[in-house]
Design a protein around this ligand. Structure first.
Ligand code: NAD
Length: 491
């Protein structure tokens, strides 16, 4: 390991890439800044074309042996990888709260255990995958999943550890080698992941980490024609660029993108429960792709629901994400905060009414007050575009047909929430065009279940068998049942 490590809140972090089993420095660097108080945390390596080339070359060289190990051979490595994450649970929680503003308590109790599961669940699940056998009178078809090769994983800043492991777990478990490009606004926990891979003894080249800017390091990675897959989570604009570039090399992409999901409250909903769940949409300062940020409330219950939600919001504690009492932390970056304020200001200028919030929160420079806007039209920018901040909109409806049109009336189609009588809500779910919909609940995600969006929210599904479908090539091994006689007339 390089001697250039530095300390952040008592945690030792390497600023370097991790290529071919060792730390690699860069002449170029960028400054990592904490969203809590804008303190500079350290200078991070910025990858160039040579680093990308080295990482992909090493991953390509490591691929045959890693693939040949089989799921059983890979299992102990991946268990050790997950254990190494567990050994650093405190360090991961500290770093991601300082670097990305994620609640420390949420990291410790939710994200770190889930990150470990993201590795172990897929490693164990890979053991259960069998060839599918198709019997025909002519032949037996052994349909198997072969690892695809070198996988590029590109992740955003809002949940760096969770999203990296969610992709790395199945990619490695199915026999691929990985090049992870970390998010430049929150690069530190990805660096700890490389420490974990090293401690777990993953063979050199099986897992690589590149630090750097998306437009430089990320772009150079996506341009590499040796990639077998690109798994991307991030914005629609970046996804379009990645998909276009990957198309030139015919590299398949999985794209998990933004959302503008509906939170539907039917007239028969249990309003206390609905309001308590709606308040969760402010979680992570609203920087959550799957949040139901458009509250669509039946007109008959809109007043009562809004009063209950206001009471919930008044109790929310905005503060330092390292403090156990805090429920809403900072916005990741000053640029993102200005973007959020811009959305609100334009909405208000266009006639929207602020029910609460609407401005920065006094706790600190990068904090935005939980906000609710109403008096909106479906075509308003704030109803159509993802804000990615603690800003919800409220519209009312009078019939199922109307709310279905409103729910479906954006370019996005990631998820949604529906509170109401269960049978009524399930019937409505058939008509809402999204990748998933939570009924009288929010955020239940099982690793066995598919995850992803439609329309501008993405292409492809990850999770469970769907991850293996993406990270593998399907091969049909055909074994004839009678001796094969070669003939030009044979079909
Ligand atoms: P972003 O698209 O700006 O960046 C995401 C990643 O892509 C970063 O690592 C960045 O460095 C990299 N990147 C940027 N330009 C690139 C390029 N030209 N080539 C290769 N890589 C490039 O997104 P962001 O602002 O970091 O993240 C916020 C977005 O992510 C929101 O839209 C949010 O909804 C979305 N998101 C979606 C999900 C999901 O599962 N659907 C989950 C979390 C976040």
């Amino acid at each position: 390991m390089s001697a250039t490590r530095f300390e952040v809140a008592g945690v030792s972090v390497s600023p370097d890439h991790y290529i071919d089993g060792r730390r690699v420095t860069s002449d170029d660097t960028f400054t990592c800044v904490s969203p809590i108080d804008q303190t500079g945390l350290g200078e991070i390596a910025s990858g160039n074309a040579a680093h990308v080339d080295a990482a992909v070359t090493s991953a390509a060289q490591a691929f045959p042996a890693w693939a040949a190990l089989g799921a059983a051979g890979r299992l102990p490595y991946l268990q050790r990888f997950a254990d190494a994450i567990g050994h650093r649970a405190d360090a991961f929680a500290t770093l991601e709260s300082v670097d990305a503003g994620v609640l420390r308590s949420r990291m410790a109790h939710g994200v770190v255990p889930r990150a470990m599961q993201n590795i172990t669940w897929f490693a164990e699940h890979a053991m259960t995958l069998q060839d599918r056998v198709i019997e025909t009178p002519q032949a037996r078809h052994l349909v198997r999943h072969d690892p695809a090769g070198v996988v590029a994983v590109i992740t955003p800043w809002n949940a760096p550890l969770m999203l990296a492991t969610w992709k790395i777990g199945p990619a490695l478990a199915s026999g691929n080698t990985v090049v992870l490009k970390a998010p430049e606004w929150a690069p530190l926990t990805s660096s700890l992941l490389a420490d974990c891979a090293h401690e777990a003894g993953l063979p050199p080249g099986v897992f690589q980490l590149l630090q750097g800017q998306g437009s430089l390091t990320g772009a150079a990675l996506v341009n590499d024609a040796r990639l077998a897959r690109i798994s991307f989570t991030g914005s629609v604009a970046t996804a379009k660029w990645i998909a276009t570039t990957a198309a030139a090399n015919l590299v398949p992409c999985s794209l998990e993108l933004g959302g503008k999901s509906a939170f539907i409250v039917l007239a028969d909903a249990e309003l206390d429960a609905a309001a308590a769940t709606a308040a969760l949409m402010y979680r992570n300062a609203g920087q959550v792709c799957l949040a139901g940020t458009r509250l669509l409330v039946h007109a008959d219950v809109a007043r009562a629901f809004t009063d209950k939600l206001r009471a919930q919001v008044e109790r929310l504690v905005v503060g330092d994400p390292r403090d156990g009492a805090t429920e809403i932390g900072p916005i990741i970056h000053l640029r993102q905060l200005e973007r959020v304020q811009g959305f609100v200001d334009r909405a208000v200028a266009g006639g929207a009414r602020v029910l609460w919030g609407g401005t920065r929160h006094p706790f600190g420079t990068q904090y935005f007050a939980p906000t609710l806007l109403t008096d909106l039209c479906q075509h308003d920018e704030i109803v159509q575009q993802e804000v990615f901040g603690p800003v919800l909109t409220l519209q009312t409806f009078a019939s199922d047909d109307e709310v279905v049109d409103m729910a479906n009336g954006t370019d996005y189609g990631l998820g949604g929430v529906c509170y109401g009588d269960e049978a009524h809500a399930i019937a409505l779910a058939q008509r809402v065009r999204t990748g998933f919909l939570w009924i009288n609940s929010f955020g239940i995600r099982d690793l066995a279940a598919p995850f992803g969006g439609i329309k501008r929210s993405g292409i492809g599904r990850e999770g469970g068998d769907w991850s293996f479908e993406f990270f593998c090539d399907v091969k049909d091994v055909v074994v004839p049942k009678q001796p094969f006689k070669a003939s030009f007339s044979h079909r």
